[in-house]
Every structure is written in C-alpha cells, then in structure tokens.
Design a protein around this ligand. Structure first.
Ligand SMILES: NC(=O)c1ccc[n+]([C@@H]2O[C@H](COP(=O)([O-])OP(=O)(O)OC[C@H]3O[C@@H](n4cnc5c(N)ncnc54)[C@H](OP(=O)(O)O)[C@@H]3O)[C@@H](O)[C@H]2O)c1
Length: 256
C-alpha cells in the first residue's frame, strides 16, 4: 500500500494562504503535484518565490502573491490577482495562522488581537472574498480551513489560539450551511501536533515530550499525514461532505 491518494486536480485553480512555510507550503506542493494551478500567498514573498520555482521544477504551475490576511484590501487584491492569472478559483486553503504561548493572566490586548485577527478574521476575510467570486461566477468550489485540535479541546497558555481555532470550526459549519445552495463546500482539517516553525522550539523541549506520551500513536504528525485528508476534501469524492471537521491527530483527542 503506497498510502497515497490519487486525485487529479488538472484544470483547477487554488489559493493557499500561509504558503511560505510549514503546512501551507506543503499543501501547496501537494495540490500542484495533483495538477492544480496554485496561487501561493503569504507576507514573505521571497520564500513564496522559492516555492514557485520548486513547483515549476516538476512542471507544475504556481504564482506568488503577497498577502496579509488581517488586511481586507490585501485579501481582495490576492483573490483578484489569483483569479486573473490562474482562472476561476475552485479551491481555497485557509491555512495562515500564528500561535502565541502566554499565560492567560498576562496576555495583553495586542497579543490577543494578533492571534484572533490572523487566525479568525483572516480566515473569514479570505473565505468571504473567495466565496464572492465563486458565487458571482456560479461554478461552486471547496474551501478547507486549517483549524486545530486546540479548537476542539483546551490547553494551558494558549487561550487566544484555542479561542481562534474553536471559532474557525464553527465558522466552517456556518459558511457550509449558508453556501451549500451555491455548491460551495466548506470543511476544516483539525491537525494534531505537527513539528513546524510554529511550535518547533516547544515540541522539541520537555513540553513536547509530555504531549507525545498522550498521543496514542506515540508520534507527532508529519506534513505528509495531511495529504490524504486535504486531497479527499478538495476532490469530487467529497461531494457530500460539507461542514465537517476532519481530525488528523494520531488519536490525541480520542483519549481521556
Ligand atoms: N504545526 C502544528 O502542529 C499545527 C497544528 C494544528 C494546526 N496548525 C495550523 O496550521 C497552520 C499553519 O501552521 P504551521 O504549523 O505551518 O506554521 P508556520 O510554519 O509558522 O506557518 C504559518 C504560515 O502562516 C503565514 N502567516 C502568518 N501570519 C500571516 C498573515 N498575517 N498573513 C498571511 N500569512 C500569514 C506565515 O507566512 P508569512 O510569515 O510569510 O506571512 C506562514 O506561511 C496554522 O493555521 C496553524 O494554526 C498547525
């Protein structure tokens, strides 16, 4: 068994936010390998250009777009540019996100706003703008929001992050309900812990070792563990799946 899901996305145009590193970078590669044309978006454009070159090296098609998901004008420009260059967008991966490890009693308003504005308002702005295009053009589409198991359960020192991701989970359901008549499916992936720039320092320390003991599969997730869930959700095989939250966590949230 190869463990690889075979999905052909030839002819589809996609946007992946937060594609300059980690999960977003990997998901953009996965979509491009499946044949989609991908607009890779984030603030660090140089890193995006490297990704575009990597995709071009296997004859994939990608373009880099500067994006700050907290800024509505930037979001509008990103979606417009992607659609002008690549054609009607049918896939959106709402992945950009930040984390901040801080005890609740010492979290100030600016820290709170940074996390909520990026992880929640950003997801809403991108979904809304992409949704407007999909509804206007009438072709439907699929939106995958990257939530987290910390949107389903609580943890210490990450209250703003937990709140933002829980809101993304229910925003996913609300948009799925509202946009089903437009043939737009909206789902979320809730990954467990995957080592990336977001959490490397923490997961490679004693905090990470303690978490690992609670994961039934006794390992952190890999970027590749998210390939199947992503490809499934954006594919025609998932045509009756909307408003779902796909938990990909090695059993972490299944255990008491
Ligand atoms: N790693 C995990 O264990 C894990 C688990 C569950 C969920 N997640 C979620 O997965 C997503 C990706 O995280 P990651 O682990 O891959 O972290 P990462 O490597 O730090 O990537 C975060 C990405 O978000 C982008 N970003 C941050 N703020 C942005 C903004 N204002 N506008 C546009 N892009 C922005 C960053 O790009 P720029 O800095 O270039 O803008 C970067 O590409 C996040 O939503 C995270 O919450 C991660």
């Amino acid at each position: 068994m190869s463990g690889r899901l075979s999905v052909d996305l030839t002819g589809h145009a996609a946007v992946v936010t937060g594609a300059s590193s980690g999960i977003g970078r990997h998901m953009a590669l996965t979509l491009a390998r499946a044949g989609a044309k991908v607009a890779v978006a984030a603030r660090r454009v140089e890193a995006l250009q490297e990704l575009v070159a990597e995709i071009a090296a296997f004859d994939g098609r990608a373009m880099a777009v500067a994006l700050d998901v907290t800024d509505a004008d930037s979001v509008r420009n990103c979606i417009d540019t992607a659609e002008t260059e690549l054609g009607a967008l049918s896939i959106v991966v709402n992945n950009a996100g930040v984390a901040g490890r801080q005890v609740a009693l010492e979290t100030d308003e600016a820290d709170w706003d940074r996390v909520i504005d990026t992880n929640l308002k950003g997801v809403w702005l991108v979904a809304q703008e992409a949704g407007r295009h999909m509804v206007r053009l009438g072709h439907g589409g699929t939106i995958v929001n990257i939530a987290s198991i910390l949107g389903l359960v609580g943890a210490s020192e990450v209250a703003s992050y937990c709140a933002s991701k829980a809101a993304v989970v229910n925003l996913t359901r609300a948009l799925a309900v509202e946009w089903a008549p437009h043939e737009i499916r909206v789902n979320a992936i809730a990954p467990g812990y995957v080592v990336t720039d977001l959490n490397r320092q923490f997961l490679e320390g004693p905090g990470g070792a303690a978490i690992l003991k609670r994961v039934p599969q006794r390992r952190f997730g890999s970027l590749e563990d998210l390939d199947g869930p992503l490809l499934l959700l954006v594919s025609e095989s998932a045509r009756y799946i909307t408003g779902s939250v796909l938990v990909v966590d090695g059993g972490h949230t299944a255990v008491l």
